[in-house]
Structures are given as structure tokens and as C-alpha cells.
Design a protein around this ligand. Sequence first.
Ligand SMILES: Cc1cc2nc3c(=O)[nH]c(=O)nc-3n(C[C@H](O)[C@H](O)[C@H](O)COP(=O)(O)OP(=O)(O)OC[C@H]3O[C@@H](n4cnc5c(N)ncnc54)[C@H](O)[C@@H]3O)c2cc1C
Length: 448
Amino acid sequence: MTLPTSAKYVIIGAGIHGLSTAYHLAQKLKAAGKGSGADILVVDKTAIGGGASGIACGVVRNNYYQPAMRALMAHSVEVWESDPKAYSYHQVGYMQISPEVMHEQVGTIYEQQKAIGYESTFIEGTADCQKYMLGLFDDWQAKNITSVLHETRGGYANNTASLYGLAGKAEAEGVRIATGVDVTGFEYGSNSGAVTGVITNQGVISCEAVVVGAGPWVLKFWDMLELPKAISVKDRDGTLHDNVPMWKFWCLEEGTLGVDPNMHKTNDGRMPPVIHVDTDAPLYSDVDGSLITDKLWGLYYKPDFNFGGIQGGASPYKVEQDADQVAIDPYGPDSPDFIVGDDFIHMWCSMLAHCQKRFQGKISAYKHKEKSGGLGCFTPDNFPVFDTFRENVYVIADSNHGYKMIGVGKLVAQELLGEKSTLLEPFRFGRFAKGELHPTSHSPFPWS
Ligand SMILES: Cc1cc2nc3c(=O)[nH]c(=O)nc-3n(C[C@H](O)[C@H](O)[C@H](O)COP(=O)(O)OP(=O)(O)OC[C@H]3O[C@@H](n4cnc5c(N)ncnc54)[C@H](O)[C@@H]3O)c2cc1C
């Protein structure tokens, strides 16, 4: 496709957010009689799914300690459920299985899920949890578990298939998607700070509005837009912290145990929910019995026919370098720096074996050849920023929460047409200065 020299809306990034925004914006423009998909151009420097969305584990859940996140996730789950075939979505459910230190907080999640009508079951106490889990898997053996939150909605979607499904729906509305188009800067109006043109390796695209859905590359766009590299953050106690870096990276570690995915079916032969276990039980090596950790640890896993086995991950690790110094490219499994190593494989396979006997002694089946994992770019409080900058640039910075957030694009489309979304309101950039931060949980993961 020859790159157009102008488009009313230029969306940067063909990941979950860029594509979802494009599709829903096209629909809304048409419905409002204000235009159509032909007004929208999506550009991506590599390909559809060239970023985090294309390598995501694909877990879709509501389980969040923060009320605003839960409300937003419930909305996104509705979007997943609206077209499971096109989105390659499997509604198998999701389980948060936790130790005593998380019991009370997970209990509040359950109560609030009930309040918003999001179906889940909550089991409490060691004996009842064990009984419930044994009812699903007769080899369940995870220790120190005192609560189980079982969401019956949610589950997972196949990453690339869902993106192509979304892209197909957007293109059917007339949206154009141009790949191999690298955005290098912006042109600004003479009388305002608004962007009038998107500068690319293939020329300038003049535009009226821009959406940045650049995933882990968001900080590059932040720089292009000349936004602050460090900010002041007022914490929930009212203490002001100056000079806090706007962006930081964490590295997500995931992998696949190359066994038949069917071996993880439930006792009654069904595909199981996505399992997420956090526990403070000591973790011992499934290889030699040595102690791996006696600190709180967590893992998640699901049978996945796309990955060809049991796929999942563990807590990510923080990248200590300044965000500016981190090599984002080549991204994901192509990165020489940010892929999983033997330590992760040993730990994650031992975690699987800790939880279910069927995974004991299976480390040799780990799929070493399929490299996995990748970087996520996080905000100062580890929660998303959805906001407009420079008058006409909408930045979707999901702080790596976001494959599951397919509904955000629908809400962004609504905001682009002038209608504010109450679901997105708690995620404005201004919350850092105002001290309106989201509560934090005891989970070992930065995104719970
Ligand atoms: C290993 C891993 C597993 C994950 N698992 C899950 C999960 O199970 N569930 C979940 O909800 N979330 C998960 N996440 C988080 C989730 O993947 C991201 O939050 C989400 O995909 C980000 O979507 P996005 O559309 O913002 O960005 P991306 O999908 O990263 O897309 C950004 C796009 O922008 C393009 N781009 C970048 N720079 C430029 C430029 N200069 N010019 C043009 N185009 C550009 C890139 O090529 C890319 O295609 C995971 C993340 C990782 C890394």
C-alpha cells in the first residue's frame, strides 16, 4: 500500500490497543454519521502483533485489587465475549489461588466482583481450598493455600489470532493498516502545540488527531512529544516524591512445557481455568530437592494448543537500567538480553510440580527452542495512563496490563468523539500530581 499523505486519525501501533481503537472508532464514526473507517490509518513499524500483544500469554481476568481496574476489566471481558470466534477467545475461567497474606485482599475482590455482577466463587480456609482444588484436579498439592477465587468468566485468547481477527474487523470497516512504517517524530502547528503531521520513514502524514498505542515503545513517543522524563508523584499518604522517572521496564518471563495440553484437563475431562497460584510455601527444586526460595512466589499456567503445551510464567523482574538505556529492539523472543534462561526454567517447572503432581519430573519436556518473554514498560505507580496530550494526541500507556484490555480501544474511540468515559477517568496522567493513586496489593506481581 502506498502510504497516504493524510488521514484524519493516525493510530500508531497495530497491537491490541491500536487495532481495537481503530475498529471501534470506525464503527462509532459511522454510527454518528461523522465519517467511517476510511478516515483512519493504522501504522506499525513492523507488523500486526509486532509488539507485546503478539507475544502475550493472553490471559484475560478480572482479578484486580484496584476497583477501577476491576470495572475496566469487566468492560473488556464483555468485548472479548462479544465475538469469541474472531478474537480466538476461550472462556475457561480464571483462578487466583492465594496464601494467608493475600486472603483478606482477595476477599475484598470477591465482594466487589459480586457488587458489579461479575460471577465468581470464593473458597476460604486450608481444608476447603484443598477440597475444592482436588475436586478439579485429583493431583492438586500446592501448599499454604487459604483462599481460592474462581472467576467463571475470563480465560485466555490466542495472541496473534485475536489480533488478526481484530485487524480483519477494522479493515472490513474501511480502516487502512500500513506496516513497515516507522514513526520518527511529529510536526506541530504554528499557533498551538497540537500535532499536524506524523513524520515517518516513508514521508509525513498530515492528520487531525493521533493515537499512540506503542506498548513498550511508549517512552520513545513520550520523548517525541517532549513530555517530562521525570515527574512529581504524591503518594496515598500525601507525601510528595519529586523527580520520579516516568517510565521503567520489567522483564516478563514465560515459557512452555512441551507436554500434551490435554494432560492438564480437569477430573471431568474439561479444559481447565487459567491457574494463578501465589504462595509463601518454600519452593524446592523438582530436579534435586534444593531450596529455590522461601519468599512469596507466584506462577500462572494454562494448557495451550497454540504454544503446544502448558504455557505460563512467573513474577517478572525489574530491569535496573535507566529506561532510556534499555534496548527495546529487537523485541521479545528476538532480544539477546531479555529472554528466559535456565534459572527461570528450573524455577517455573519446579513451581508447576509444586502445584500438581502430574508436572513432577517433566522439566526435560521444556521447550527450549521456543524463546519467550519480553519487556513491559511501566508507569510510576504501575497502572495505566490513558490521556490526551498536546491537544490532539491520545496516549494509551497500559503499563503492561493490557492484552486483556481489549475494551480500552472502544472507550478511547468514545473519548475521541468527545464523550468522556468514567471507566478511563481514574487513569489520567494528573493522578500522579494529585495523589490519586490506585491501592496496591500484597501480590508478588506488579500488575495485581
Ligand atoms: C511476555 C508477555 C506476556 C504478557 N502476557 C499478558 C497476558 O497474559 N495478559 C495481558 O492482559 N497482558 C499481557 N501482557 C501485557 C500486554 O501484552 C501488553 O500490555 C499489551 O499487549 C500492550 O498492547 P499495545 O497495543 O499497547 O502495544 P504492543 O502490542 O506492544 O503494540 C505496539 C506496536 O507499536 C509498534 N511501534 C512501536 N514503535 C513504533 C514506531 N516508532 N513507529 C510505528 N510503530 C511502532 C510496534 O511495532 C508494535 O507492533 C504480556 C506482556 C508480555 C511482554
